[in-house]
Design a protein around this ligand. Structure first.
Ligand code: ADP
Ligand code: MG
Length: 697
C-alpha cells in the first residue's frame, strides 16, 4: 500500500508532473505564459495537450472535460472521449492543443442573465493554466473559465481571477512605498472550513423535501437536539470515521490539502478544514471537496447535506472563509511584524480591510446572499446579517491609542507613532474567540464567517479582493504624492480609524442590543436576500467593479438578474414540494388518524355512554382544526404561486416571495409540525427529525 506522501496529488497534472513530462522549452514557455497572463501559442498547447493525454491514459482516463463553474454555483462538465477515427476504421486516442485551450459547451441552458442573448448565442470555455488539470472518475478535468463570445464572464472564476489581478496591482503600489523592491506579485490566500450533515440514505429517500430541496420543510423538534453540546468535537462514529478516511484519501489524491475533520455543534453535523491555498485554487478545491463529500457519502449509504439549514431548531451549516494576502516572497501582509516599519505596513493593510469592509458592507452581504443562507443569518447560530468586524480588545485599544494620540499600555511613556514605534505585543489569542462576529481578525488573517455551506467561495472572495484593492488604490494615490511619507502614513491611519471604527464590534453579535446599536452606528442590517440584492446596482458599487475591471456593467446587471431568478426558483420548488407533501401525504395521513380516533370513540360509546372519550374527542377536535388550517394554507400557496408567475421582473417576484409567500409557508409548517406531535410515531408519513438526525449510528 502506498503511503500518503506517495499518493498525494497523484491524480493531478501538477507543476512537477509537467516539469518531468514536458520538453524543457515547452515547460518554460508555459511558465512565461503564466507570468504574463498571455494566451498560449497553439504549437505549445499541442505539446502540452499530448503530454496531458498520455499521462491521463496511463491513469485509465478515456475522456476529457472542460470543468467550469457556471453561475448556478455548482460545477459543470461535458465529457468527450479522446477517440479519433482513422481511415481504416480503427481509432487512435488524440487530444489537441485547440481542445485543451478552448471548448464550446452547449451552454444555452446555463444562466446568463440575458448576457448571451445580448452578445452571442453561445459561450466558450478557456483553460485556466493557473489551476492544474486533474483526473476524476476516469475523466481528465481541465479547469476553465466560461465566457460569452463578447468576453463577458458567465462563470464565477473569471471575476475572481480579475479581482486577484486588481488586488495584486494595488498592493504592489503600496508595498513599493515601504521599499519592498523584491516583491513582484501578491496573491490572496483562502482556507475555507466546510460544514455539512451526514444522514442515512434510507431515511433520506423517504423525505421528499430533502430530495427536492435539500432541507426539511416540515418536522417537529425531537426531544433531544444540540442543547447538551455533546456532539461538538465528540467521538466520531465508526461509519462517519470510515467516510472521513475515504474522503481524505480521495481528496489527497486530487491534491486537496484536507487537514482537520471533526464533529460540529448539531447532531449529524461535521466539518472539514483544508490547509489554505491561493484563492483560485482554494475555490476549485472547495468545489471538488463538496462534490467528493457527496460521492463518498453515497458509497457509505449516507447522504451529505450541504444545505445551509437542513433542519429547523438545530444549527445550520456555513463555510468559514479564512482570508489573507501573501507576497511571492512568502510574507503574509496581515501578520504583525517586529520592526516599526513592518508594524506600520501591517497597520496600513489592516486599515485597508477595515475601510473596505465598512465602505462595502452591502456588497459583502450580497456576496453571501442566498435563500438557504437567509435561514441562518441572524438566527443566533451564525453571524447576524449586519456586517461588522472583530479585532479583539488588544488590537482595538492599540487603534484607539493611535486615533487619540494617547500612550498605550502601562509601560509606554511615549505616544504611539506609526512607523517610529514598535507595536506593543498583543496576544494572538485563540481561546477568546468571538464566534458571533461576521468577520474576525484571528492573528494573521480574517475569518469571514457569513458564507453559506453550499455556495462557491468565489463570489465573497471576489468582493473582498476588489473592495480591498479599491481602498489600497486610494491609499497609494495619497501616499505616493506625500512629501513626508511617515507623517502622511500616520495621519492616513488615524483618519481611517476615526472614520471607520463604527464597523468594529467586539461584543456579542447575537444580542438584540447589538441590532439597535448597529442601527445607531449607521450600519446596514439587510435581513434577507431580496433586501440586499438591489445594492448591487448602486452607483458606488457599479463604479467599484467597473473601475477595477472585475465586472462590466452588463455583467453586474446579468448577475443581479440571475441571483433574483435563482432565489425565486428555489422558493418555487419549496412551495410546490410543500403543497405536494401536504396534499398527498400529510392531510390524508391525518385524516386516517381522525377516522381511527372516531371509530374508537364510537366503539367506546357503543359499549357504554359513560366511558370517558375525552382523549379521542380532544384529539379529533385539535387535528380537525389543524387540518383545516393546513388545507387553507395550501390553497393560499396555490393562489400566490399563480400570482407570482405573472410578475415579470425577477426582483419584484423575489420580494413577493419574501412578503407574501414565506409567511404562509411558515404558517403551514407550524400546523403540520403540531399535527406530527399529535399522531402516533408509527403512523406519521415521514421519518421524524429524531429518525433523521440520529440515523447514522
Ligand atoms: P485557527 O487556529 O485560527 O483556527 P487554523 O490554523 O486552524 O487557525 O486555521 C483555520 C483555517 O485558516 C485553515 O483552513 C488554515 O489553513 C487557514 N489559514 C491559516 N493561515 C491562513 C492564511 N494566511 N490565509 C488564509 N487562510 C489561512
Ligand atoms: Mg473557524
Amino acid at each position: 500500500m502506498k503511503t500518503v506522501p506517495e499518493y498525494f496529488g497523484c491524480d493531478v497534472f501538477s507543476a512537477s508532473v509537467m516539469k518531468e513530462r514536458l520538453p524543457e522549452e515547452t515547460y518554460k514557455e508555459l511558465q512565461r505564459t503564466l507570468e504574463t497572463g498571455h494566451r498560449l501559442d497553439l504549437p505549445v498547447a499541442n505539446v502540452i495537450a499530448n503530454a496531458m493525454k498520455d499521462w491521463a491514459m496511463e491513469k485509465g482516463a478515456t475522456h476529457f472535460t472542460h470543468w467550469f463553474q457556471p453561475l448556478t454555483g455548482i460545477t459543470a462538465e461535458k465529457h468527450d472521449s479522446f477517440i479519433t477515427p482513422k481511415k481504416d476504421g480503427s481509432i487512435i486516442m488524440e487530444f489537441s492543443g485547440k481542445e485543451l485551450i478552448q471548448g464550446e459547451p452547449d451552454a444555452s441552458s446555463f444562466p446568463s442573465g440575458g448576457l448571451r442573448a445580448t452578445f452571442e448565442a453561445r459561450g466558450y470555455t478557456a483553460w485556466d493554466p493557473t489551476s492544474f488539470a486533474f483526473i476524476k472518475d476516469g475523466v481528465l478535468c481541465i479547469p476553465t473559465a466560461f465566457c460569452s463570445y463578447g468576453g463577458e464572464a458567465l462563470d464565477k472564476k473569471t471575476p475572481l481571477l480579475r479581482s486577484m489581478e486588481a488586488i495584486n496591482k494595488q498592493t504592489l503600489r503600496v508595498l513599493k512605498l515601504f521599499g519592498n523592491e523584491d516583491v513582484i506579485s501578491v496573491k490572496t490566500t483562502v482556507g475555507p472550513e466546510q460544514e455539512y450533515f451526514l444522514i442515512d440514505s434510507d431515511v433520506y429517500h423517504k423525505r421528499k423535501d430533502l430530495v427536492y430541496t435539500g432541507r426539511t420543510l416540515f418536522g417537529a423538534k425531537p426531544p433531544k437536539g444540540q442543547e447538551l453540546d455533546d456532539h461538538y468535537f465528540g467521538a466520531i462514529k465508526p461509519r462517519v470515521q470510515a467516510f472521513m478516511k475515504d474522503l481524505d484519501e480521495e481528496l489527497w489524491r486530487l491534491g486537496v490539502l484536507a487537514k482537520t475533520e471533526h464533529n460540529e455543534a448539531a447532531p449529524a453535523q461535521h466539518e472539514l478544514a483544508p490547509i489554505y491555498a491561493t484563492t483560485n485554487i482554494a475555490t476549485d478545491h472547495n468545489q471538488i471537496t463538496m462534490e467528493t463529500m457527496q460521492k463518498c457519502a453515497k458509497k457509505h449509504n449516507m447522504v451529505c447535506l450541504l444545505h445551509e439549514k437542513p433542519f429547523a431548531g438545530v444549527n445550520g451549516s456555513g463555510k468559514h472563509n479564512n482570508w489573507s494576502i501573501s507576497t511571492n516572497t512568502g510574507a503574509n501582509l496581515l501578520e504583525p511584524g517586529d520592526t516599526p516599519a513592518e508594524n506600520a505596513q501591517f497597520l496600513l493593510f489592516l486599515c485597508a480591510v477595515i475601510k473596505a469592509v465598512d465602505d462595502y458592507q452591502d456588497l459583502l452581504r450580497v456576496s453571501i446572499a442566498s435563500a438557504g443562507n437567509d435561514h441562518r443569518l441572524g438566527g443566533q447560530e451564525a453571524p447576524p446579517a449586519i456586517v461588522s468586524m472583530f479585532l479583539g480588545e488588544e488590537l482595538t485599544s492599540i487603534l484607539e491609542a493611535i486615533e487619540n494620540d494617547e500612550a498605550y499600555g502601562a509601560k509606554e511613556k511615549e505616544l504611539l507613532k506609526v512607523g517610529v514605534h514598535v507595536l506593543p505585543r498583543f496576544p494572538k489569542d485563540t481561546t477568546d474567540r468571538n464566534r458571533t462576529s461576521p468577520l474576525a481578525f484571528t492573528g494573521n488573517k480574517f475569518e469571514f464567517r457569513m458564507l453559506g455551506s453550499s455556495a462557491s467561495v468565489a463570489g465573497p472572495n471576489t468582493t473582498l479582493n476588489t473592495a480591498v484593492a479599491e481602498v489600497l488604490s486610494g491609499f497609494a494615490d495619497e501616499l505616493e504624492g506625500a512629501d513626508d511619507f511617515e507623517s502622511a502614513l500616520h495621519s492616513l491611519i488615524k483618519r481611517v480609524i476615526r472614520d471607520h471604527k463604527r464597523i468594529i464590534f467586539n461584543g456579542n453579535g447575537y444580542d438584540d442590543a447589538w441590532v439597535k446599536e448597529a442601527q445607531e452606528r449607521g450600519l446596514l442590517n439587510l435581513v434577507s436576500t431580496p433586501d440586499c440584492l438591489p445594492y448591487m446596482l448602486h452607483q458606488k458599487n457599479v463604479e467599484l467593479y467597473t473601475k477595477h475591471k472585475v465586472y462590466s456593467e452588463a455583467e453586474i446587471k446579468a448577475h443581479y438578474e440571475i441571483k433574483n431568478e435563482k432565489y425565486c426558483k428555489l422558493l418555487n420548488i419549496e412551495v410546490l414540494t410543500m403543497i405536494d407533501m401536504t396534499k398527498k401525504d400529510i392531510l390524508p395521513c391525518v385524516s386516517r388518524q381522525i377516522h381511527e380516533l372516531a371509530d374508537t370513540l364510537l366503539s367506546k360509546k357503543a359499549i357504554s355512554e359513560s366511558i370517558d372519550g375525552s382523549y379521542e374527542e380532544t384529539l379529533i377536535t385539535k387535528l380537525s382544526t389543524l387540518c383545516a388550517s393546513a388545507f387553507d394554507d395550501v390553497r393560499k400557496l396555490e393562489e400566490c404561486s399563480k400570482i407570482v408567475k405573472s410578475i415579470v421582473e425577477s426582483d419584484a417576484a423575489a420580494f413577493y416571495y419574501k412578503l407574501n409567500i414565506i409567511p404562509v409557508m411558515e404558517d403551514l409548517r407550524e400546523a403540520v409540525d403540531e399535527m406530527e406531535t399529535l399522531c402516533p410515531s408509527d403512523k406519521w408519513c415521514y421519518p421524524s427529525y429524531g429518525d433523521l438526525l440520529f440515523s447514522v449510528k
